[in-house]
Every structure is written in structure tokens, then in C-alpha cells.
Design a protein around this ligand. Structure first.
Ligand code: ARG
Ligand code: ZN
Length: 849
């Protein structure tokens, strides 16, 4: 074990930077292994800070010279930066450093990927480019000159001038260094234009490697829709003459909102019907919107420090979800988001990595770009809107934008605009930001005379470092249904503020069925015991689409839990209810496809753990297989009918309607494959002209154990398309039988197309192993060992992606002692690696604690 753990930083220690930065001039002389960066920076003492020598961040830089006001100086250089005595007045700092983009495999700072130069500075990558106060509350105006032989030289802001081998950019909007970006490459563009509401003409470009130009049209349309939507819904206009998006193959995350120059993982922007699934299209549309929306929530108003990350991320996720709801189906989007929230955020919140939406300390900030900060952060915005109402939300946002434009703001600033607009005291609401953990909401009912009473009790289990949890304000959207299924009380929001609280409803003629937490109005776990017949009733009658889906999901889950823990047979009530639901053509096909999907293996493990069992991954896998087979029999007449009825004849479009139809038809194909051994899937594979159909067919063939020929054909067809080959890698791992998963994964890591240097490929292979629940948690421990071994290989190459993938182990204490021993061995072996990164050390240490 490591002895010296890296030191954390604390929110409570925040102090403003000693200096203000009026302007920054950067010159880049690009060369793959020896890039020179010359900086000229105007500093002046910050009147709001205590005077101190100048401390600049810098990592892995070779300082060639430095000057203050033209006079050479010799700063004191250490591993993390430099310190220099400076005049007690405004001064100009100049320095030249050398960096090596080619050797930068961590993909942070300036790096080379497939012959292009690219940057990633959030959170603290700018310090790998030059010496600078690399913190978000230091904002400045950047002018950038790029010298390089590439045909396309891009940076933030507006183009100023260019010539043979150079280009100059000026960004008039003050920004923190994490929003700096530079791209240089022999790229081609997909151009377009947008005119803003006030008449600004904006040039739009999506820049890609030659050969990818045909995959830009959808992203461009999504961008224009995002721009129009933010004007209409939030009154936010774009503020530069040009907006560039660049696609890059090697990227740690999804995308980055650099001012005027968004950089995207190519998987999150490139799309075509032949190579992208409907789900890919929906995700690309959401990420394009997300990064664009950051222009206001993130860039014009940024974060004071990294503890405030949720200020921009939670809000921007919330905004992109609103956008998707408007573009597509709001209920379907809500259900998808809650599935993801439970799978990723609840999992995190109920394990060793639990942390508040606004953490109070961190070792490595990159480890806090989490489902909690992003997705739970977005849930908090949604709750706030529910509590204050739509109209007050709109006024609060207007005030936020006018009051804080140009600021590096805090959660306190954010809550204050809501308090000022509504006169409400939000101090209790603030606990949602400060306390980790998922509240459990217990419910009891009472019906007497015509009075119906609901009593709620809230309780949040302890999380690391937070044993006690005071009660939070919880908005509980409630409806009541009468015995014949009519809604007798339309949705109203109960505001729970106490640890225990009752709500009474008079004039209720007979005992109602409550529909609690409609639309998933708060990120809590509702523990109310319910009968299967009540769930079937809600699935049939609830007017709230989320709770309708939720009832079906709970019915499926409880049946599966009984199968796993008591050896019960598949639940007939569930099978009947699912048949009734699936054949109801008045229901949106996309909704029906979601309602046909079963809880994931990991969800079931989470539920079993919650109920006090140690989950047996193989038993979970077996139960799902049994239930799927039983469903296939139950729906054997309906499935072919659905399959035929929902084939799309029109030319492919990735819209909500067509993708809903394809989702339902493919759900039907899943049922059919269970009985026909894959004949229909083979037919679909052979005639598929889009990736949604082709991939679903291939998955079914793998499932049926006859995927070999199709896999080979698929590889042959797509071997030159990296993004499709990622799917080829992951599908094989995801569909590997539990006892074969580690072997199949290992064999794939020996494939010539496998490389740990490309995060997408690594995730497609080893990340998929972590998602194959029964395979990863196989009793042999082979899954744990293989992943840990590869994380040891990846850590020296790319600490950020390594650390992120450690989350595969965050649930290790749920399982039996033998598995725990094997998981601990694997983690300790990883922790023992010489020179293990700070990123991975923090993650493994927290997981083991
Ligand atoms: N701000 C980016 C986004 O959400 C993500 C950047 C993540 N960077 C990181 N180093 N973890 O859109
Ligand atoms: Zn974001």
C-alpha cells in the first residue's frame, strides 16, 4: 500500500488570487515533439486579495526564459509551478516554454491525435501548456497566434488575421484558462450559417478529418436547433461571429465547451444512418446542445472554483434535458434519464465514492466529473423549478444572467437569485448540495371516513465523512386514482420539509390508489411496499407516464427478486400486465419499448443489496434469462405482429417517431429470437441498411449463440470505421456468457485493432467488461483481475481514463466474502503500482476505505 496519500484541497480554504489578469497574448510555434509557447500576460495586484509573490501553475514545462516588464527574471520553479517576486503595481510577464504534444498520451493540455493538434484544458490542463494562474476565477481576454504548417489553425473567439502558416484569433469575452482551446490539423469542414435573434450573422463549422465530412449534417442541424432553442426558451443569444466544432478521435470525455471552439469526442458528433444507432443520434443531439448551452451557463457565467462545478454542469444538463424533451418525447426522455440516474448516480451515492453535489474537498478534480455532480446536479435544478414554479424559475434565470454575466459564481449566488425572486428561504434546499446520499422515503397510509392521510418519513443513510443527515425539502408530486382507475386528484406537489410529515385529503369517496413521486419529482428511493395487483393497476391506469412506467418496472423487479431469492416462478401478473401494455396501440411505441426493457443486472444487484441480500450475479443472470424466455412464450403471438407493424418503410430519419418504432420492433425481435433461434435476426442482419437495425440483429444473433458469421461480416464491412469497430468490440463483450466474458475480453485485447491509447477503444472493450455484470463479477475473479491488470497498463498512459474506470469496482462490498477478497486483491495490486497516478490513487483509496 502507498504511504503518502496526496493532499486534498478544501472548499473552506478558498481565497481570491493575488493578481488580476487584464490580457493574455499567446504565440504557439507548433512542432510535434518541440512546441514553443510564448506568453505575454498583463497582471495587476488584486485589490480584493492579500499581496503575495506571483505564483503560477505549470506542469511538465521546460521554461526557456522569463521576463518582467522586459527584464529577465529567474523564478523559483518546482514540480507544480513557479514563484516570482513581482512589482507591487501592474506589470507584464513574458515567458517561453517548450512542450511535447506528441508524448502527451494523457490527453490533457496540448496533444497530438491522428496527426492533429488538439487541447483539453478543463479542469487543470492549461498548466501543461504554459505558466498561468490556472483557476476558474481568474478571467482574462485572450489573443492567440498559431504558427504551424497545418491547413487549419483554430482558437477561441473571432479570427483576426491569417497568412501562410499562421493565424491569429481574438476572444473579446473574458474567460478562465480552462476554456482555452487550440486545434491545428489538415481538416475539412461542414459549413453553415445562423442568424441570431438580434441579427448577428454567425459562421458555423464542423471540422473533421478528411473522409468524415459525410457524418456532419446531423450535428450541424442539432447545433442550429440548439441556438434557436436557447434564444426562445432562455433568451440567450450567441455572442461571437463564428462557432467551430472539431471532432477528435482520442478524447477522455464526451466533449468540451471551449469558448467558440467546442471540441468533441468524434463518437459524440459524427453520425450517419449507416454507422450510428438511433440512440447515438439522440445522444449526439443532446451533447451538441449541452456544449452549446454552456456558452451561457459555464462560459459567460463560470465557476468561482472547482467545488462549484455543478453550478455549470447540473444546470447545463438540466437545460439539455429540457431541449431533448422539446425536440422529442418528454415522457420518454424523463424515463431514460431516471434509468440512467439510478444506474449511475444512485449506485455512486450508495457506495464508497458517494460525495455531495458540491463536494467540500477533493484530491484530483477530474475524479469529480461524476453522475452526482452532473445528473443529480440537474435533478436539483428540476426540484427547484418544481418548488418555485415555472414562472418564478424563468424570472430567477433572467436575474441570474443579468446579475452574474461575466462572473465566476458560486452555488450561494445561484440560490440567492431564487431567494430574491421568490422571497423564499432556500437554506434547507441547500442541503441537497451539501449532503451526499440518496434519501429513502417511507410512506404509510390511512383511510377513515372520507379522509385519506399519507405520512412520509425521510431517512438518508450515512455516506463517507457524513454520518448524520438532516431532513431535506422534498417535492413530492402526487395524484390519486379511484377504484375504477379514474384520477380523483390530479397532480399536486406536496412539500415535505420535516423528517416525518402527514398530508390529509378530505372528501375522498373510497380508498384511493396513490401515484407518488410523479415524474420522479425528487431523486429519492421510495420504499413503499405495494402489491403486485396495485402495480398492475397503476401500469394500466396511471395518467402520469413516468409512474405508469415505474409501476411496470417495479412489477418486473419484484418478480425477479422473488425468482432470485425464493426460487419463485415468473410472475403471472407481470406477464399478463406486460402483454396488455405491449399490445395497447394507443401507447407510444417508444414508451412500450422502454416498458418492455427489464431492469439491468446491476440494478437488481442494487435492489438486492438494499433489501439486505448479498447479490449472486449468476443467479441474477439466470433469473433474467428465465423471465425473458417466459415473456417470449407469453408474447409469442403478439411479437411477430409488433415486429411487422413497426417496420419503418420511409427513408431513415433519426427522429423520435421512427426511432420509437424501431425500438419497439427490435424489442419484438428480442422476443422472437428466444423462440426461433435467430432466424428472424439473421434476416434483419442481411437486409439492414442502417446501424440501428444491423446492430440489434447482431446482438440478437450473439444472444442466440449464432453470431460468428455475422460478426465476421460486420468486421469486414466496417474495419475502416473506428467508431463502428468500437461497437464490434463492445458487443462481443456485453453478450459474452458469464463464464466466458473475461476470456473473450482478453482475446479482444490481443486483436490488432485494440489499443489502450484510444479511450473509446479501451472503454469499448474493458468498459464493456465492467458492464457485463455476471461476467465481471464471475466467482473466478477473472473479471476483476483482467480489468485491474489493464488499468495498471493504462495508468501511466492516461491517468484520467484509468481513474474513471476504477468505478467498475465501486460496488465491491455488496458481494460475498470470496468475491470481496478477489476484488480487494485486484485493487491492492493496482494500488501497488510504482508511480500510480494521483487520479487513480485517490479513486482506489476511496473505494477501499
Ligand atoms: N465540461 C465538459 C462538459 O461537461 C466536460 C469536461 C470534462 N473534463 C474533465 N477533465 N473531466 O461538457
Ligand atoms: Zn458540461
Amino acid at each position: 500500500m502507498k504511504d503518502a496519500s496526496p493532499a486534498p484541497v478544501y472548499l473552506k480554504d478558498y481565497t481570491p488570487f493575488s493578481h488580476l489578469v487584464d490580457e493574455v497574448h499567446l504565440t504557439f510555434q507548433l512542432e510535434p515533439a518541440k512546441t514553443r509557447v510564448i506568453s505575454r500576460i498583463r497582471f495587476r495586484p488584486n485589490p480584493d486579495a492579500t499581496a503575495a509573490p506571483l505564483r503560477l501553475d505549470g506542469e511538465g514545462l521546460v521554461l526557456l526564459w522569463a521576463k518582467i516588464d522586459g527584464n529577465p527574471v529567474t523564478p523559483e520553479v518546482d514540480e507544480a509551478g513557479l514563484t516570482c517576486t513581482v512589482p507591487d503595481a501592474p506589470f507584464t510577464w513574458e515567458a517561453e516554454v517548450e512542450i511535447n504534444p506528441e508524448a502527451n498520451t494523457a490527453l490533457e493540455g496540448l496533444y497530438r491525435s491522428s496527426g492533429m493538434y488538439c487541447t483539453q484544458c478543463e479542469a487543470q490542463g492549461f498548466r501543461k501548456i504554459t505558466y498561468y494562474p490556472d483557476r476558474p476565477d481568474v478571467m482574462s481576454i485572450f489573443t492567440v497566434r498559431i504558427e504551424g504548417e497545418e491547413s487549419v489553425l483554430l482558437s477561441n473567439g473571432n479570427p483576426v488575421a491569417s497568412g501562410d502558416g499562421w493565424a491569429e484569433w481574438h476572444d473579446p469575452w473574458p474567460k478562465p484558462a480552462y476554456l482555452f482551446a487550440l486545434v491545428a490539423g489538415n481538416l475539412v469542414n461542414h459549413p453553415d450559417r445562423f442568424t441570431t435573434a438580434s441579427g448577428r450573422e454567425v459562421e458555423l463549422n464542423i471540422w473533421v478529418r478528411p473522409g468524415d465530412e459525410g457524418k456532419c449534417a446531423f450535428g450541424m442541424e442539432a447545433l442550429k436547433r440548439s441556438m434557436a432553442w436557447d434564444e426562445e426558451v432562455y433568451g440567450r443569444e450567441y455572442d461571437l461571429d463564428i462557432f467551430n466544432i472539431v471532432a477528435v478521435d482520442d478524447f477522455n470525455m464526451g466533449a468540451m465547451e471551449n469558448k467558440g471552439l467546442n471540441i468533441f469526442n468524434s463518437s459524440c458528433v459524427l453520425a450517419s444512418p449507416e454507422t450510428s444507432t438511433d440512440a447515438n443520434f439522440e445522444r449526439i443531439e443532446a451533447i451538441i446542445a449541452h456544449e452549446y448551452f454552456h456558452n451561457w451557463t459555464g462560459n459567460r457565467i463560470t465557476c468561482r472554483d472547482w467545488f462549484q462545478l455543478c453550478l455549470k454542469e447540473g444546470l447545463t444538463v438540466y437545460r439539455d434535458a429540457q431541449f431533448t424533451s422539446d425536440m422529442r418525447s418528454a415522457p420518454v426522455k424523463r424515463i431514460e434519464d431516471v434509468i440512467a440516474l439510478r444506474a449511475r448516480q444512485f449506485r455512486e451515492d450508495n457506495g464508497p465514492l458517494a460525495h455531495p453535489v458540491r463536494p467540500a474537498s477533493f484530491v484530483e478534480i477530474n475524479n469529480f466529473y461524476t453522475a452526482t455532480v452532473y445528473e443529480k446536479g440537474a435533478e436539483l435544478i428540476g426540484m427547484l423549478k418544481t418548488l418555485v414554479g415555472d414562472e418564478a424559475y424563468a424570472r430567477a434565470l433572467d436575474l441570474y444572467f443579468s446579475r452574474h454575466d461575466g462572473d465566476a459564481a458560486t452555488i450561494e449566488d445561484w440560490l440567492k437569485v431564487f431567494e430574491d425572486v421568490t422571497g423564499r428561504d432556500l437554506s434547507q434546499f441547500k442541503r441537497w448540495y451539501e449532503h451526499a446520499g440518496t434519501p429513502r422515503l417511507h410512506v404509510t397510509e390511512d383511510y377513515e371516513g372520507d379522509r385519506y392521510t399519507l405520512t412520509f418519513r425521510q431517512e438518508t443513510p450515512p455516506t463517507p465523512g457524513q454520518p448524520e443527515k438532516p431532513p431535506r425539502v422534498i417535492p413530492i408530486a402526487l395524484g390519486l386514482l379511484g377504484p375504477n382507475g379514474d384520477e380523483i386528484l390530479p397532480t399536486q406537489v406536496l412539500e415535505m420539509t420535516e423528517a416525518e410529515q402527514s398530508f390529509t385529503f378530505d372528501g375522498i369517496p373510497s380508498r384511493p390508489t396513490p401515484s407518488i413521486l410523479r415524474g420522479f419529482s425528487a431523486p429519492v428511493i421510495l420504499t413503499r411496499p405495494s402489491s403486485n395487483s396495485e402495480r398492475a393497476f397503476l401500469l394500466a391506469h396511471d395518467t402520469d407516464p413516468f409512474n405508469k412506467w415505474e409501476a411496470g418496472r417495479a412489477l418486473a423487479r419484484d418478480g425477479l427478486l422473488s425468482m432470485i431469492t425464493k426460487g419463485a416462478a415468473p410472475d403471472d401478473l407481470y406477464l399478463d400486465a406486460v402483454l396488455t401494455m405491449a399490445r395497447d396501440d394507443s401507447l407510444d411505441p417508444a414508451f412500450r419499448a422502454l416498458a418492455l426493457a427489464l431492469p439491468s443486472q446491476d440494478d437488481l444487484a442494487q435492489s438486492l443489496h438494499e433489501a439486505g441480500h448479498s447479490p449472486d450475479p449468476q443467479a441474477i443472470w439466470d433469473a433474467l434469462e428465465t423471465l425473458r424466455q417466459a415473456r417470449a412464450h407469453k408474447l409469442q403471438d403478439l411479437a411477430p405482429r409488433l415486429y411487422a407493424q413497426y417496420q419503418v418503410e420511409a427513408p431513415y430519419a433519426p427522429d423520435a417517431e421512427q426511432s420509437g418504432a424501431r425500438a419497439l420492433a427490435n424489442a419484438a425481435l428480442g422476443l422472437i429470437t428466444r423462440l426461433d433461434g435467430g432466424a428472424q435476426a439473421q434476416a434483419q442482419f442481411d437486409r439492414a441498411d442502417n446501424m440501428t437495425q444491423q446492430l440489434a440483429a447482431l446482438a440478437n444473433l450473439l444472444q442466440a449463440g449464432r453470431g460468428e458469421t455475422a460478426l465476421a461480416a460486420f468486421y469486414d464491412q466496417w474495419k475502416d470505421d473506428r467508431l463502428v469497430i468500437d461497437k464490434w468490440f463492445s458487443l462481443q463483450v456485453l453478450h459474452a456468457a458469464p463464464d466466458r466474458a473475461a476470456d473473450i475480453t482478453r482475446a479482444l485485447t490481443e486483436h490488432p485493432d485494440f489499443t489502450p491509447r484510444n479511450p473509446n477503444r479501451f472503454r469499448a472493450t474493458l468498459g464493456a467488461l465492467a458492464q457485463n455484470h455476471a461476467g465481471f463479477h464471475h466467482a473466478s475473479g477473472a473479471g476483476y483481475a483482467l480489468l485491474a491488470q489493464w488499468l495498471k497498463t493504462l495508468d501511466p498512459i492516461n491517468p484520467q481514463t484509468t481513474a474513471r474506470m476504477c468505478t467498475a469496482f465501486e460496488t465491491w462490498t455488496r458481494y460475498d466474502a470470496a468475491r470481496q477478497d478477489k476484488a480487494r486483491d485486484a485493487l491492492e495490486d493496482l494500488l501497488d503500482l510504482d508511480g500510480l497516478s494521483r487520479d487513480t490513487t485517490e479513486m482506489v483509496t476511496r473505494i477501499l476505505e
